[in-house]
Design a protein around this ligand. Structure first.
Ligand code: C2E
Ligand code: MG
Ligand code: MG
Ligand code: MG
Length: 291
């Protein structure tokens, strides 16, 4: 309703909005326009997914891909999620958008499997609002069923802040989905406020070391210490550890020397469309040469 939306427009963060209104003031009606644009963009299939490989550092194989949403806006061109996810979250539109993403990622992964490619897990980013929906586990189950993808080939990426909002509920929801076979990763690990006592109770398969620690590791001893501490933590808690944002040979060398299991980043591949992803999967040497 208009009053509620107006209230939201006045009170929520403006970061995502400034992008669209570089020289303008952020006004409620502009927010409405963007909100409408997201809504009709979903209806008009303007959103699509790119995929980025996640690489096992021992074998050099792609074991998973992360699905990353993009918006082909009719006027503004291709928009990165950093420019619309927070507005979608603030307006609740992340729920239908997130359903579309999950559905599309599962469908695509099943299509790769049916095409005879090696079986991979697909990782899908999940926002707090989606996760908090009462019927979220049933929705995930339905989407898996409709796509025909087995649950073990789906991983949901959640953030520490999502988990800490309501720890008991988060654990219950995760356990319900875990029983189906779905895996969980904690995204951007190290940037949030999760407590170690909570972490040990969570059914989490994987910690994703945030790219901010990886970026400057060559010059920042603290970042190197944090990374090696997270790797040890993951080993002790029986979780896999993947480093995000790996761009250079030196970063990779440090990660390997410190026992990091897995990596993702431009060093291996940028996020690419499904066809290019299939090419990468068909030509393992393209990744192996970077290992
Ligand atoms: P994220 O989940 O942490 O995803 C990793 C981001 O880092 C992606 O940005 C990816 O393109 C980028 N990246 C990967 N490797 C490198 C690298 O080597 N160097 C650098 N500089 N960047 C790298 P992207 O695609 O712009 O997505 C940004 C964020 O938007 C994601 O961060 C995630 O939080 C959110 N997001 C993306 N897709 C979805 C979605 O479907 N649903 C939700 N709720 N959030 C999404
Ligand atoms: Mg992610
Ligand atoms: Mg991340
Ligand atoms: Mg992120």
């Amino acid at each position: 309703n208009a009053d509620a939306a107006m209230y939201q427009a006045k009170n929520s963060g403006r970061d995502s909005f400034q992008f669209f209104t570089a020289e303008m003031n952020t006004k409620a009606h502009e927010r409405f326009a963007m909100q409408d644009a997201i809504r009709s963009g979903i209806a008009r299939s303007e959103f699509y997914l790119d995929y980025q490989p996640q690489v096992d550092l021992r074998s050099g194989h792609i074991f998973a891909v992360e699905a990353l949403v993009r918006w082909r806006h009719p006027v503004l061109g291709v928009l990165s999620p950093v420019h619309f996810i927070s507005l979608a979250e603030e307006t609740g539109l992340i729920v239908p958008l997130g359903d579309w993403v999950l559905n599309e990622a599962c469908r695509q992964n099943k299509a790769w499997q049916d095409a005879g490619l090696p079986h991979l897990s697909v990782s899908v980013n999940v926002s707090a609002l989606q996760f908090q929906e009462k019927d979220w586990p049933q929705r995930v189950r339905r989407i898996l069923k409709e796509s025909g993808l087995e649950a073990e080939y789906l991983e949901l990426e959640v953030t520490e802040s999502l988990l800490m909002r309501n720890v008991d509920q988060a654990i219950a929801t995760m356990k319900e989905l875990q029983e189906l076979g779905v895996h969980f990763a904690i995204d951007d690990f190290g940037t949030g406020y999760s407590s170690l006592s909570t972490l040990k109770c969570l059914p989490v398969t994987r910690l994703k070391i945030d790219q901010s620690f990886v970026r400057n590791l060559a010059h920042d001893e603290d970042d190197r210490s944090i990374i090696s501490a997270v790797i040890s933590l993951g080993q002790r808690l029986n979780m896999m550890v993947i480093a995000e944002g790996v761009e250079t040979e030196d970063q990779l060398a440090f990660l390997r020397a410190n026992g990091c299991d897995e990596a993702q980043g431009y060093h291996f591949s940028k996020p690419v469309d499904p066809g290019a992803m299939a090419d990468l999967l068909n030509a393992p040497e393209l990744i192996l040469e970077h290992i």
